[in-house]
Structure formats: C-alpha cells, structure tokens
Design a protein. Structure first.
Ligand code: FAD
Length: 287
C-alpha cells in the first residue's frame, strides 16, 4: 500500500516549531516482511536503495523489499568522505560516473529531502611530478569524455584556496585537477531520502534482517534470514534451555539471524518419513 507522501517545506518547519516538532511523520515505514516480493534487494546502502527507487520511478516496479542486516545506510554509505566527483580516468566508466554526479544536482528537490549537496568544486592537488602527469592525463581523458575537469596552475590553486601554502609543508603544490561541479553531499541523508521515497511507493525497507543465504529452487529465489526451531519440550525444557538453544543456533548461523523457538506437541514428518526439525520461515516464504 502506498503511504500518503509528506512534503517537507518551510511552512511545515514553521508549523512544527509551534507544536514542539511532534507532528513529523516517520520518514519511512517499518513493515512486517511479506512472504513474497517481485524484487528483493540485499543491502540498504546507497546502491541498494537507489536501485529500488529507480526500479519504482523508471519502471513502475514497486513490489520490492530492501533488506539490511543492520540499520539503513549503516555500511560504507554512512561513513564515507562525502565527496561527489566524476573525474575518473577510464572510458568505460566515465559516463556512469558523470551521470551519477549529475543526478546529485537535483536529488534534494526530486526526493523532497535535503541531502546537503554542495557543488563547491573538487580540487585534487598534484605534489609530485608523477601525480602531475597522472592528473594531466585524466584531465585530457575527461575532456574527450565530455566531463568538465581541467588542470589548473599553482597560482590558480592559491586563488581558489587562499589559505594554502604552495611550498609545503612537505611537498610543493605543482598544480591541481579541478572539477568545478564536484562537491560534497551527506551520503547517509541520500540513503534516508531514497528510503523515504521508496517507502512512499509502498516498498518495504526491512532493517536488522541479515540475509544468510540465497537459494534458487525451481527457478525461484528464496532468501533466508529467520530460523524457527520447533521443539517438543520435555519436562526439563524451560526458558534457560530455550535461550541456550537459540544461542547455539546463532553460533552456527551468525549473530544477526533471528531465531524463534516454537513449542509444539509433535514434529510432523515429511513424505519420506523423516522429521522436519528446523524450518526456515523466510526461506519457505520469500519466493
Ligand atoms: C572510508 C571511505 C571513504 C569513502 N569516500 C567516498 C567519497 O568521498 N565519495 C564517494 O562517492 N564514495 C566514497 N566511498 C565509497 C562509497 O561509500 C561506497 O562506494 C558506497 O557507500 C557503496 O554503497 P553500497 O550501497 O554499495 O554499500 P554500503 O553502503 O556498504 O551498503 C551495503 C549494505 O549491505 C548490508 N549488508 C551486507 N551484507 C548483508 C546481508 N548478508 N544481509 C543484509 N544486509 C547486508 C550492510 O549492512 C550495508 O548497509 C568511500 C568509502 C569508504 C569506506
């Protein structure tokens, strides 16, 4: 189901200021996982969430779940240097870097979420002859690829960054590779903005859900994250034994796997007469 979209605006900010910010809705929903999705994306970082968002926006595919073993954006996306640039060397990847950089220009407006993109320019200093030659090569390659970068002299560097010491402290500045439309953005806000938009489209963002395996059986994909252990309890089986059992299962499968113990009267047998002692719920349900 699609949630009604909440518009962030200066009016909303003023309104909330007057009611102690108690009216902000949750940015994205935390639904119970369904048994089946058309698309399941593992990892709610920038790539996973962007994939979900553009699947929905460009292709109308909205029956999507994004699973993350931790919190959303808590991987590399939430801890990087925040630089946005496309001044790379190789022809095969130049277009995708430039496309990605250009998307940042309007992403805050598109998502109605401030990703704090600031196209203040990116300057990479050459401090050895080797670096200088490398950056000159990149600048020429970028010119052929249609990417707006150029080499600038030490004097131009000083003009852009008056605080800089061109003669050191360790190595002199010999020049700089300058990309005027590069900049910085808050990458975890990028993840939050995409998550909010995905949630608005009815997609499921499911945190604290580690995928421990992917089975492909009969042409269908099964994702595993929850293990239910069915137990016929004896008289001595109490809470302590249950915790010990869960602990042992997690030791084998990983700490982030959810383990549930289900007390049953008997364990059903499979068609060939064997016991089905452990059932992976998601493995059976997410097809
Ligand atoms: C120190 C550092 C500085 C960087 N600086 C920059 C920079 O300035 N500019 C730039 O553009 N890039 C930079 N990068 C690179 C950039 O951060 C990454 O390329 C980008 O964040 C990758 O996004 P992602 O979504 O692929 O991965 P991640 O953000 O790492 O997301 C992967 C997600 O998958 C989840 N996950 C993993 N395994 C499972 C599982 N089994 N089940 C469920 N979920 C799982 C993780 O919890 C995580 O949230 C930097 C990276 C680092 C480490």
């Amino acid at each position: 189901m699609t949630r009604p979209s909440f518009r962030y605006s200066v009016f909303a900010l003023v309104r909330e200021a007057f009611r102690e910010h108690r009216g902000w809705p949750r940015a994205w929903a935390s639904p119970e996982p369904r048994g089946h999705y058309q698309v399941i994306i593992v990892g709610a970082g920038g790539h996973g969430l962007a994939t979900a968002y553009y699947l929905g926006r460009n292709f109308g595919i909205r029956d999507v779940a994004v699973l993350d073993k931790g919190w959303l954006g808590g991987g590399n996306t939430g801890r990087n240097t925040t630089i946005i640039r496309s001044n790379y060397l190789q022809d095969p990847s130049a277009a995708i870097y430039e496309k990605a950089r250009a998307l940042y220009e309007t992403l805050s407006q598109e998502l109605n979420y401030n990703i704090m993109f600031s196209p203040r320019g990116v300057l990479m200093l050459a401090q050895t002859e080797h670096e200088l030659k490398g950056y000159q090569r990149t600048a020429r390659a970028n010119a052929l690829q249609g990417v707006d970068t150029r080499m600038i002299s030490p004097a131009e560097v000083k003009k852009l960054v008056p605080i800089i010491r061109l003669d050191g402290p360790r190595y002199p500045v010999l020049g700089g590779l300058w990309q005027p439309r590069g900049g910085v953005a808050r990458h975890d806000a990028v993840a939050w903005g995409y998550a909010r938009a995905c949630s608005d489209m009815g997609m499921h963002i499911i945190e604290n859900c580690a995928v421990t395996g992917i089975d492909t059986t009969g042409g269908r994909v099964f994702v595993r994250d929850l293990v239910r252990v069915r137990v016929v309890p004896g008289a001595e089986f109490g809470a302590r034994q249950e915790e010990e059992l869960k602990h042992r299962v997690r030791l084998r499968l990983g700490e982030s796997v959810r383990v549930e113990v289900e007390r049953v009267k008997e364990i059903e047998r499979t068609a060939n007469g064997k016991f089905r002692a452990v059932v992976s719920k998601i493995g059976a349900g997410l097809q």
